[in-house]
Structures are given as structure tokens and as C-alpha cells.
Write a protein that binds this ligand. Structure first.
Ligand code: MG
Ligand code: MG
Length: 256
């Protein structure tokens, strides 16, 4: 992948713009999460996201991305849907669903990219465990985002966190650098070998995004050509933050 070779180091003023973009993206996700309840359509969630983006005069890099052009500003992926679910007026949330929402924001020429998964009403302990493991894997990966470490340290930490708890990571979709483009280098898979890969430097900005499946690492794509589902229809979850490597602790860009 060509984008994976383009690694751009950001200066402090560029990081500040990315932080502002990330704040808006976090506001979108918090608003959408607040709307989770049975009967709400996934198109309603997209409309709410677009209203927040519009308020800030921003757009999502997801809109018209790829081929066929992605038709919405967020992705909404329910239960066995891992990522890239297309919002629809026909799809309603149900009690007990786990719902992943991914959003991007372009602000002053920089992109923020983050995602979360949460339940609708009461969810099973089995589903809650999956959410906890996926969120824990993201935290384990972020903790490795320090100068002197390598991308393989991040990948290995995520993989080990997930697999040691009996879950699976997809090998088909990965974390990525983020900046003026939604996808830049380095590519950061959710599996790998510690000590390998690109050396991390202050000013690198990376979207880490563990995608975790209960029953299998295998996925397939639905006939809509976007929605990625677990091959065995087991539950899945996805958490993502855009994070900057600094001289000290990793800086979360996509928080309020
Ligand atoms: Mg994303
Ligand atoms: Mg991403």
C-alpha cells in the first residue's frame, strides 16, 4: 500500500490542529452514543453526526471515500459487523445489540479518526467482556507509543492482550498513520512482533484500532461491498483513537 510508506512528522502547531480536530470527532461520537436506544435507526445516528460536523464547518473524510463511494459520514456496525457498516433508515438498534461507530473529522486540513463500541440497553456479560477486552487492547497499544519503541511493539501488545484472553484480531484491517490524509504511514497491524517495524519518533500521529472477534479471525465483506462481518457471525468490537507520539507520554488526540 502506497500510503503506508508516507510517514509525516508533525510539528507542535500541527499537533494542536489535530487535537482540535480530535475534540470535534470526540463530540460527534459522544453525541451519537447518547442516542443509543432501541428503535433508533443507524441513519438517525449518521444525521446526528453530520449536524455536529456542520456546526463546526467540518466534513468527514469517510464521505465518498473509496469505491463504491462510501455514502455516509460515520460507519455503524452492529454485533457480527466488525467495521464499515453503512447507515440505513431500515436498520434499527435493538435492546442487547453492541454497536460500533467510527467517525472521521477534517478540520483545518487535518484528520481525526476514532471509534467506540457500546451496548444498547442491557447487554450480555459475554458482550461486555468483549468490549472490555477490545478497549483494554487499545490502551495496551497506546501505552507502547513512546519514542524508542517500534510499531511492532504496539502490534504485539495489542495481539497479546487480545489472544491471551481467548479472542481474535483481524489481520485484514489495520491501524494507520493519520494527518493531512486519513491514511498515512506507518501501517500498524493488530498483530506483530515486538522489536520490529518502524522506530517511533515524537511528532508521529497514529490511529490505533483494535478490531476484535469472538470466534474467528476471519472476516468477509457483505454484498453492499463495505460492511465487514465475522466469517462465523460471532460478535465483534472496535475501539480507535488517534494518538501522537511525544517526548513523554502518548497524547490522545480524539478525546473531549
Ligand atoms: Mg476509524
Ligand atoms: Mg482508522
Amino acid at each position: 500500500m502506497d500510503w503506508a510508506r508516507q510517514v509525516h512528522i508533525k510539528n507542535s502547531s500541527e499537533i494542536a490542529v489535530m487535537r482540535a480536530a480530535g475534540k470535534i470527532n470526540a463530540e460527534v461520537l459522544a453525541t451519537v452514543k447518547g442516542l443509543f436506544k432501541p428503535g433508533v435507526t443507524t441513519a438517525d445516528l449518521n444525521a446526528a453526526a453530520e449536524e455536529i460536523l456542520r456546526k463546526h464547518s467540518c466534513v468527514s473524510p469517510f464521505k465518498n471515500y473509496g469505491y463504491p463511494p462510501y455514502p455516509a459520514s460515520i460507519t455503524v456496525s452492529i454485533n457480527e459487523e466488525l467495521v464499515h457498516g453503512i447507515p440505513s433508515t431500515k436498520r434499527r438498534l435493538k435492546e442487547g445489540d453492541i454497536v460500533s461507530v467510527d467517525c472521521g473529522t477534517i478540520y483545518n486540513g487535518f484528520v481525526a479518526d476514532s471509534a467506540f463500541t457500546a451496548g444498547v440497553g442491557e447487554i450480555s456479560t459475554h458482550a461486555q467482556k468483549l468490549l472490555d477486552v477490545t478497549q483494554g487492547a487499545l490502551a495496551a497499544g497506546i501505552d507502547k507509543m513512546r519514542p524508542g519503541n517500534r510499531t511492532g511493539d504496539i502490534s504485539a501488545a495489542i495481539q497479546q492482550y487480545v489472544e491471551s484472553r481467548g479472542y481474535h484480531v483481524t489481520k485484514e484491517y489495520t491501524g494507520h498513520g493519520v494527518g493531512r490524509q486519513m491514511h498515512e504511514g506507518p501501517q500498524v497491524p493488530n498483530y506483530g512482533t515486538a522489536g520490529r517495524g518502524l522506530l517511533l519518533r515524537p511528532g508521529m500521529t497514529i490511529a490505533l484500532e483494535p478490531m476484535v472477534l469472538v470466534g474467528t479471525a476471519k472476516t468477509r465483506v457483505n454484498p453492499d461491498q463495505w460492511t465487514v462481518v465475522s466469517a462465523d457471525q460471532s460478535l465483534t468490537a472496535h475501539f480507535e483513537h488517534s494518538v501522537a507520539v511525544t517526548e513523554g507520554d502518548p497524547l490522545l488526540l480524539t478525546v473531549l
